[in-house]
Write a protein that binds this ligand. Structure first.
Ligand code: B12
Length: 220
């Protein structure tokens, strides 16, 4: 990709490490009335995908990739306070995490935010949650649904192991899976396991959240 032609205004800001300008951009987008999906899917995600391509092409260092990630995490933290007003207004609960060994967590955080925007309580566990720790946590909070994120295809075994262990412990638990490590085989994994749904992006997730009907009268 020719970076000169990139029209993503966030990309140079991330590469220059200019956190305050990043905050100005997301504040302005909100003031212009842009919705969360537009900001996440249309601005932040493409900027990070371009960061990945630049790293892969050897044009930026690992340090720059870390800097860009750290700034994006600040932006998501900042946006959280501005956009999430009705978290916990229904009785539904989700646990969102990246699978064991998976260090990428930005996509999973966006997924967690989408649930909260739709009134759910979300427990976002971040990156690399050990499978047994996840199982213990899930047993404790008894969520309505679990969301698993996987960015690197080498982690497919961990993902499937997690699905099977959840099934053993809570046979009826619905599981959402997503992340770019599943772009090739997400559907295949979904068809292999009962009660597993692969969703590609936030638009698909929003559609799911608008259609999903779970028991709202769960005990507290
Ligand atoms: C930032 C980053 C990192 C950061 C992560 C920091 C963090 N806090 O998350 C750091 C520096 C730690 C990192 C490390 C590595 N990374 Co990296 N990283 C990236 C980068 C640039 C951006 C990731 C990102 O945030 N994307 C933006 C988010 C929003 O997109 P997303 O994750 O796809 O999520 C969306 C959907 O997939 C979906 N989704 C995601 N999860 C879920 C879950 C559910 C339930 C649902 C419904 C949907 C869903 O919703 C999101 C919104 O649409 C990507 C490039 C890229 N293409 O993304 C490379 C990339 C993912 N990394 C890559 C690699 C190779 C690595 C390393 C192995 C080497 C390296 N770069 O140093 C290590 C991993 C080491 C390890 N121990 O595993 C490769 C993976 C290639 C592959 N085929 O597997 C990529 C693609 C870069 C590249 N072009 O080669 N990385």
């Amino acid at each position: 990709m020719n970076r000169q032609s990139s029209n993503n205004e966030l990309l140079p800001i991330l590469l220059n490490g200019d956190r305050n300008r990043g905050l100005e951009v997301v504040n302005r987008l909100l003031e212009e009335g842009k919705d969360v999906i537009t900001i996440y899917e249309g601005v932040i995600k493409p900027a990070m995908y371009e960061v990945g391509e630049l790293w892969e092409e050897g044009k930026i260092s690992v340090a720059s990739e870390h800097l860009a990630s750290a700034i994006v995490e600040t932006l998501l933290g900042h946006l959280y306070y501005r956009i999430i007003k009705n978290s916990g207004t229904n009785k539904m609960v989700v646990v969102v995490t990246s699978v064991e060994d998976e260090v990428h967590q930005i996509g999973a955080k966006m997924v967690s935010d989408m649930f909260e925007i739709h009134g759910w309580t979300s427990h976002f566990l971040g990156a690399n949650t050990p499978i047994d720790e996840l199982l213990d946590f899930v047993t404790k909070v008894n969520p309505t649904i679990i969301g698993l994120s996987m960015s690197i295809d080498l982690h497919t075994r961990n993902l499937e192991k997690t699905i099977l262990k959840i099934r053993e412990r809570i046979p009826e638990m619905p599981i959402l899976i997503g992340g770019q490590g599943l772009h090739e085989e997400g559907k295949e994994i979904m068809l292999k396991h009962n009660g597993v749904l692969y969703l590609k992006d936030l638009q698909a997730l929003e559609k799911f959240l608008n259609q999903a009907h779970y028991e709202k009268d769960r005990p507290n």
